[in-house]
Design a protein around this ligand. Structure first.
Ligand code: ADE
Length: 226
């Protein structure tokens, strides 16, 4: 899989891809991620990529020209499955969408900043819009990192324990059960006996019951939606 992230603030995206699972996924060549500086596509000497909004109002708007030039150049090299604009009014990111995107070959994530992009970008240049929640961030960069992380960890071979992504919260419509590690008793607080029993079927049953109970208590919306 290849992911291009277009941003006018590339430094914001350096660290999420240089550590831990996302770094390892790139080292194993399971994914390539390019952070593309939109300023390289500006055709003015100050390399500005934004301008005042027509009709007035506070805040700058990202211009269509550099974005179009950038996307056109990328499309001349690869065929993209989706060109995604990160936006608070986009489709809400869910595990289902992450699963779906993890099956794609090439993706572009376009990060907005300031007041967002010229509407014509949304009308003509992108194929999809994704939000990571009902709140407004300063820009799409952190949202793009969230989408990339949720997707990349699902690629086969990225996680050491292949079954680990399958047991994540939301993967089966339920939140994950509680987990414990050593010591089996701490200050008198004990790990549930069944987890120490070695009885696989009983443990699986316990985990399922706890997942269900936790989902009912904490995220009943997930049960209503399924
Ligand atoms: N850009 C600003 N806020 C955002 C959000 N909540 N989701 C995606 N992109 C954004």
């Amino acid at each position: 899989m290849h992911i291009d992230i277009i941003t006018c603030l590339p430094r914001l995206l350096e660290s999420p891809f240089s550590d831990s699972i996302l770094k390892r996924a790139q080292q194993k060549e399971l994914v390539t991620v390019s952070i593309i500086d939109l300023r390289e596509y500006a055709n003015n000497k100050h390399r500005t990529t934004d301008d005042y909004a027509f009709g007035g109002g506070a805040g700058m708007v990202m211009m269509i020209e550099p974005i179009d030039r950038c996307i056109t150049e990328l499309k001349s090299k690869r065929q993209y499955d989706d060109i995604i604009y990160m936006s608070p009014d986009g489709e809400m990111l869910t595990q289902t969408i992450a699963n779906e995107l993890s099956l794609k070959k090439n993706l572009i994530l376009l990060c907005g900043h300031y007041k967002g992009v010229d509407e014509r970008v949304r009308e003509h240049l992108i194929t999809r819009e994704i939000s990571i929640g009902n709140y407004v961030l300063s820009g799409g960069e952190l949202a793009a990192a969230v989408v990339a992380d949720a997707v990349i960890r699902l690629l086969p071979g990225v996680l050491n324990d292949e079954t680990s992504a399958l047991t994540d919260s939301f993967q089966d419509g339920l939140v994950a059960p509680p987990v414990y590690t050593r010591p089996a008793e701490y200050k008198g607080w004990k790990v549930p006996e069944v987890l120490l029993s070695g009885h696989e079927a009983k443990i699986a049953q316990w985990k399922y019951e706890k997942s269900l109970e936790r989902t009912k208590n904490r995220r009943p919306d997930l049960l209503r939606n399924s």
